[in-house]
Design a protein around this ligand. Sequence first.
Ligand SMILES: Cc1ncc(COP(=O)(O)O)c(C=O)c1O
Length: 403
Amino acid sequence: MTSPTSVPDDLSLATQIEHLRATLAARRSIGFPAALDIDYGPVTPLFGLLINNVGDPDTDPDTGHTKAYEREVIDWHANLFGAPADDRWGYLTSGGTEANQAAILLARDRFAGANPVLYYSQATHDWIRKTASTLGLPEVVIRTDASGEIDYDDLRGELARRRDRPAIVVANAGTTVTEAVDDPARVRFAMSELAIRNSHLHVDGALAGVPLALLPDRSVAIELGSVIDSVAISCHKFYGTTVPGGLVVTRRSLQRAARRISYTATTDSTISGSRCGQLAVQMWYALRLLGEDGHRERAERARETARFAHSLLASVGWPAWRNVHAFTVYFTTPPPVIARRHGLSNADGGISHLICMPGVTRQQIEALAADIATVKGTEQPSPSRGVRRLVPVAQLPLTADRT
Ligand SMILES: Cc1ncc(COP(=O)(O)O)c(C=O)c1O
């Protein structure tokens, strides 16, 4: 289940690499959000080449790049998120974190000199905090309800206290632990009602931005035309790309001033500069292979698996919760030996989660539920969501290790 923690040096290079490949391939954690159902094998030959999409996606350098593929990927997502055809821009990043940072940076630059404030909920990913401190933005943390969704009254109150300052608000489309969604339409409404003149509404959709935008009823308004100003996603989560990556989409009218870099023959307004060209091809491949309908079906199947997981845990008497549309089921943390075996993280407050990303199987969930059922006789969840330990974990009977 684990990644290697040291490099064996008594093996040939080829054996070491095969050993590493086999070890990593055996990792199939249900606790971390990476889809496993798309085979990127056909793109693998490109990994023997240096492909650098240096600078903005709009300008092509003389060196090897895949920017035409990147532009198609950005355009696909601009359509998905309803960006106006004549006012859309974005780029592929090193991950969701850089994509969020790029959006917040352009929002800060929009309001340079006007003292903007960054608002986000307490369930927001820690790396938004990191971004606030990197960019020197004053921040206000908003309360959430028990599910992890932002408290709109608290947000409204905090916005009202600083009405004359530009507001940069981060709404979550899937918080890290519970996959809670902050409704962009309600956030926008709060800002409009308060007549805040300068605002930027960014959606951190790293986890669920794409699956939510694919909902047939479009009930979550991740809409770049009318509601939000920018959105970020992680590519290695829903698309399961084998290189970590992210993507930011916004309106071209909000793009930061691009500088012409004569050395690379491109313009640049990105954070990273040099960027992974293989990522663009993997993303293009996933979109061309399955299309919008195919990805919608993947999302719906993942939700069905999550519904199954939720009811299975309930059936073995283990307290579990699931937010509407979520791939995530969160529950009282089981004993460490079970959490380790199934690759579950332990979030604050004795809560763990499993994330039914595409590729997670019912067998994996049944294995977890079986292990939990086995200890149920000796360990009982307490009303405070904690676990009352009755026998040492080492003595607990467990089903056979499946890793
Ligand atoms: C809600 C949310 N935001 C941001 C991130 C960071 O994304 P990345 O790991 O792609 O940098 C994550 C990753 O877990 C996330 O779940």
